[in-house]
Design a protein around this ligand. Structure first.
Ligand code: HEM
Length: 416
């Protein structure tokens, strides 16, 4: 992975034996113990580990839930109630899985915003960024299909709305939609294939997480100053400095998560999903899970169906190609005051779109959604490229990471 020399020394005979055959311990030691990590990483760099924890939680609880869940449109809803009432600790498994999904998205949104703020997508981390986007898309696919499984009203109608979007694609749209359904509407075959895919997608996602960390370890972490690592002084070994920092945050977040699991178990869900799916009764407002709301607002902001679908996917594509839109030589927004203001306007836009996505698609809600959608695209496609050329280089930029942490070299020598 990384380009640094390995300094792992097998201690015991068995370690040496293994090292000559499959150097896994050497790899772990090189990549996760002594791995040189920028010494100035702040708490925003701990979210990667938090995400990793949630991925494990989702997979483990999901596998056990699957042992009791029945993917039959006549039985699915009851099988979930059976899990909640009869299966030992079933309620815990289910609440952990449902709230875990939400926490996974909270963590990933913070993780992505961290990347946007500190310019972590810039060279040489473009592939790392793109792999992240693939992971995000897989997360959305997995979450969407998982939400369909309890076969409640929101499951059913959410699936109906989203699968119907594909029918807007010219020529092949209807065929694609029928392929997704396996029928002529959302029904039994749809549920069965969504269950199969909901199990499969996280496994693919896990493979991409390994590639993500691989790509990260080839180039090393970016850092709050956005400066390259130049000397050994700029780094600290990953263990114990960052293992402990990550663990501290992961355990704190798990505490908040536990609070939701035990005391606010359904806070982030929709009450209508406790009503059995009924193809004859459409809910008054069909809303997706909270983490999809900004994109849902964009989808509905465009009066044309195909246009809405294009805008929604376009909103993700512009995030994916940001390494080629923001080409300013300074990575961290700490040293780019104008880009920093624009960044916070973008965050406000995303939050407001999320708010509007939960409102009815009428009146000023729609007008506001349109204006904010336009800003979303203007930010990526116009503001960032213009600032890349116009924003002055900042003379406050420190010379190195160790200088930023320890002060100029004279002071640093004293401090030591
Ligand atoms: C399952 C989801 C994910 C997991 C488990 C994960 C894991 C990690 C880990 C462990 C790190 C190193 C620690 C850190 O910087 O926080 C990292 C860094 C990074 N991730 Fe992710 N990640 C996920 C999703 C994403 C997504 C969706 C994106 C962007 C679209 C992304 C972009 C990045 C970037 C750019 C870095 C490098 C940050 C830097 O060095 O400044 N990741 N990720």
């Amino acid at each position: 992975m990384g380009h640094h020399e390995s300094n792992y020394q097998p201690k015991w005979a068995i370690e040496k034996w293994l090292d000559e055959r499959l150097p896994v311990i050497r790899m772990m030691s090189d990549q996760f113990i002594v791995f040189p990590t920028p010494r100035n990483l702040n708490y925003w760099w701990t979210l990667g580990m938090v995400l990793f924890f949630f991925l494990i939680i989702q997979i483990v609880t999901g596998i056990v839930l699957a042992m009791h869940y029945v993917a039959d449109s006549g039985l699915a809803f009851d099988s979930v109630e059976h899990i909640m009432r009869d299966v030992n600790w079933g309620w815990l498994l289910r609440y952990m899985h449902a709230n875990g999904g939400s926490f996974f998205f909270i963590a990933v949104y913070i993780h992505i915003l961290r990347g946007l703020y500190y310019g972590s997508y810039k060279a040489p981390r473009e592939i790392l960024w793109l792999v992240g986007i693939v992971i995000y898309i897989l997360m959305m696919a997995a979450a969407f299909m998982g939400y369909v499984l309890p076969w409640g009203q929101m499951s059913y109608w959410g699936a109906t709305v989203i699968t119907n979007l594909f029918s807007a694609i010219p020529w092949v749209g209807d065929s694609i939609t029928q392929l997704l359904w396996g029928a002529y509407s959302v029904s039994q075959p749809t549920l069965n294939r969504f269950f199969a895919l909901h199990y499969l997608v996280p496994m693919i996602l896990a493979v991409f997480v390994i590639i993500h960390v691989w790509a990260l370890h080839v180039v090393g972490s970016n850092n709050p100053e956005g400066l390259d690592v130049k000397t050994k002084e700029d780094t600290l070994p990953f263990h114990p400095y960052f293992t402990m920092k990550d663990l501290f945050v992961a355990i704190s977040v798990l505490g908040i998560y536990a609070f939701f699991v035990f005391y606010m178990s359904n806070y982030m869900g929709h009450p209508d999903n406790y009503i059995r799916a009924n193809p004859m009764v459409t809910p008054t407002h069909i809303v997706p899970e909270w983490y999809f709301l900004p994109f849902y607002a964009i989808l509905r902001a465009v009066p044309d169906k195909l246009g809405g679908v294009i805008a929604m996917f376009g909103a993700i594509i512009v995030v994916a190609i940001i390494p080629w839109l923001d080409t300013h030589p300074i990575r961290s927004l700490r040293y780019r005051p104008i880009a920093r203001i624009m960044f916070w306007l973008f965050v406000a836009t995303a939050l407001l779109l999320g708010f509007l996505g939960a409102k009815p698609a009428s009146g000023w809600y729609i007008t506001a959604s349109r204006a904010l959608m336009v800003f979303w695209f203007v930010y990526f496609l116009i503001i960032l490229p213009i600032l890349s050329r116009m924003e002055r280089n900042n003379d406050k930029l420190p010379g190195s990471i160790s200088e930023a942490v320890l002060g100029k070299s004279d002071d640093a020598a004293e401090a030591r």
